[in-house]
Structures are given as structure tokens and as C-alpha cells.
Design a protein. Structure first.
Length: 312
């Protein structure tokens, strides 16, 4: 166990936490944090390579789909944090109870209000894949609370890591306000240093009084959590394919996705690294203009008439 880890300085509720410098040189292969890291590596890679996540990272995220993803997160975190509150005094979970620093329900409520309005609660519903995830979290919290560690670890450590990348991608791709409306879920105001907090969290996990069998069950549950997440991603991907392609950048559609998007001149231009726009965007966007479509139709009619005249 990394004994050099010190508890954070906790001020009044809502204050930003300040963490001491943390050493992490004494981690053992049998520590829960290491078992989870190694035991979920394959699941983590699969989750990152789902079509939904790959498209998201490329900035190919439709606003309607992002809203539905936020809805799924809302139901997931309501379940998770309800069970965490229920088990806040359980000896095998209490050390990981950080409601001020980690809880996401209020942040997600703000995001949903931004996207759906004041009556957002009446406009959303839990999807089938999300409901299965929610049901599992409730089962664990009520019957096997020691496994709640797996769900908290999978969600919050991911939010503090890759989630921060998704925040920037979403803000840019969806042209969200710089004041961070719509992405409050990714904002952890009460954590001053994410890396140090994650080290503290792992140290608390490693200090839990767990036998080998329980550790193995937690790793197995973490892999289940990844699978539930992947099922939600797949569900969102199917919904995304049914949504009409949104117009972006003055009516130009997104890139067709063939080849490396980073090599597209239009994409590079958006990053400020290239000059002219993508020919694909220009051609398709121009063709969608009503006046151009009218001219094209007239040209086709003239061509057809000329062909008929020639045949006669």
C-alpha cells in the first residue's frame, strides 16, 4: 500500500480540494488498483474502439445524439449515487465516498436543463440498454455493496481521464458556449488536481480490507460495467444512424468518414493548420443549395431534350 499518500485537505462543502504531492512508488501487483487496471485493460480497449466512441473522438457527434448520451448518463449516475449514498457507511465502500468531489447528478441536471429546457424531466426517458445498466447498479448496491467499488471506479476514474478529452471535443464539435453550458458533467470544480485525486482514490481502494476472492469479484464486476457501457454505446450508435445528418459550418455536412479524417484539408483548416476547405464539403454543400439544384435540374432537362432530338 502506498503509505506516502496523505488525505486531502477538506474545507467547507463546495470548497476546492487541495492535495499534497503524492508518491505512488509502492504499488503491489496484488493491490486492487493494479488488479483493476490489468484485469479491465481488454474491456477498456474494446470500449474505446466502439463506433460511437471513435466517431465522438473525431468530432462526428450529432447534437441530438449527444443529448441522448447525456440522458443515459443522468439515469446511470442517479442509480450509482443513490446506491453510494445508501452504502456511505459500509466499511468496504465508505473510504471511496466523495460526494462533494465526484457526484454528477446536479451537473447532469444542469446539462439537461440547457438542452431540453426547464421541463426536461418530462422530456426524457431511460433507454433499454441504460435500464439494464441501472438495474445492475441497484442490485449491487442493495445485495453486494462490496462490488459497488467496481462501478464507481469505472465511471469516475474514466470521467477524470478520457472524459476530459470528450469534453473538449464536444465543446468544439457542437459549438457549445465557452462558459461550459451543456458539458457541466465533465467539470469537477471541487478537484484541483485530477491526477493527484486519482492517486488518492486508488490508494483508498488499495487500503480496503478485501480478500483475494472479493478482489477477483470486483474485477469481474468492473468488466461487466464496461460491457454495460458498450451496450449503451451500441444503442446510441444505432440511434445515430437513424438521425438525419445535421448541417454544420454554414450548411456543410461532416466529412464522409473515408480515410484518415485528420488528412482532410477541411478538418485541418478547422484546427487552423491548413488553408482551403475540403472538396468533399464544398461539392456536397454546394449541391444542396436550392438555386444550384434548380440550375442542375434545368441542365439535366436540356441535356435530355438534346439527346432526344439527336436520336430523332
Amino acid at each position: 500500500m502506498p503509505s506516502a499518500l496523505e488525505s486531502p485537505e477538506v474545507g467547507e462543502e463546495g470548497d476546492v480540494l487541495h492535495y499534497e504531492e503524492i508518491e505512488d512508488d509502492h504499488v503491489s501487483p496484488t493491490d486492487l488498483s493494479e488488479l483493476l487496471k490489468e484485469g479491465t485493460k481488454e474491456s477498456h480497449d474494446r470500449a474505446e474502439n466502439t463506433q460511437f466512441v471513435k466517431d465522438f473522438l473525431k468530432g462526428r457527434i450529432k447534437k441530438e445524439l449527444f443529448k441522448l448520451a447525456t440522458v443515459a448518463l443522468h439515469f446511470t449516475y442517479c442509480a450509482l449515487e443513490e446506491e453510494m449514498d445508501r452504502n456511505k457507511d459500509h466499511p468496504l465502500f465508505a473510504p471511496l465516498y466523495f460526494p462533494v468531489e465526484l457526484h454528477r447528478r446536479e451537473a447532469l441536471a444542469k446539462d439537461l436543463q440547457y438542452f431540453y429546457g426547464e421541463d426536461w424531466k418530462e422530456k426524457i426517458q431511460c433507454s433499454e440498454a441504460t435500464q439494464q445498466y441501472v438495474d445492475r447498479i441497484h442490485h449491487v448496491g442493495q445485495h453486494e455493496p462490496e462490488l459497488l467499488v467496481a462501478h464507481a471506479y469505472t465511471r469516475y476514474m474514466g470521467d477524470l481521464s478520457g472524459g476530459q478529452v470528450l469534453k473538449k471535443v464536444a465543446q468544439r464539435a457542437l459549438k457549445l458556449p465557452t462558459t461550459e453550458e451543456g458539458i457541466q458533467f465533465y467539470v469537477f470544480d471541487n478537484i484541483s488536481n485530477a491526477q493527484q485525486f486519482k492517486q488518492l482514490y486508488r490508494a483508498r481502494m488499495n487500503a480496503l480490507d478485501l480478500d483475494k476472492n472479493t478482489k477477483e469479484r470486483i474485477v469481474e464486476e468492473a468488466n461487466k460495467a464496461f460491457r454495460f457501457n458498450m451496450q449503451v454505446f451500441d444503442e446510441l450508435d444505432k440511434v445515430g444512424r437513424s438521425l438525419a445528418e445535421e448541417a454544420q459550418d454554414g450548411g456543410f455536412p461532416v466529412h464522409d468518414g473515408k480515410g484518415d479524417i485528420r488528412k482532410c484539408p477541411y478538418y485541418a483548416d478547422k484546427l487552423g493548420t491548413a488553408g482551403p476547405g475540403c472538396p468533399f464539403h464544398a461539392a456536397v454543400g454546394l449541391a444542396r443549395q436550392p438555386l444550384v439544384q434548380l440550375v442542375l435540374a434545368a441542365c439535366v432537362a436540356l441535356a435530355a431534350g438534346a439527346a432526344a432530338w439527336y436520336i430523332l
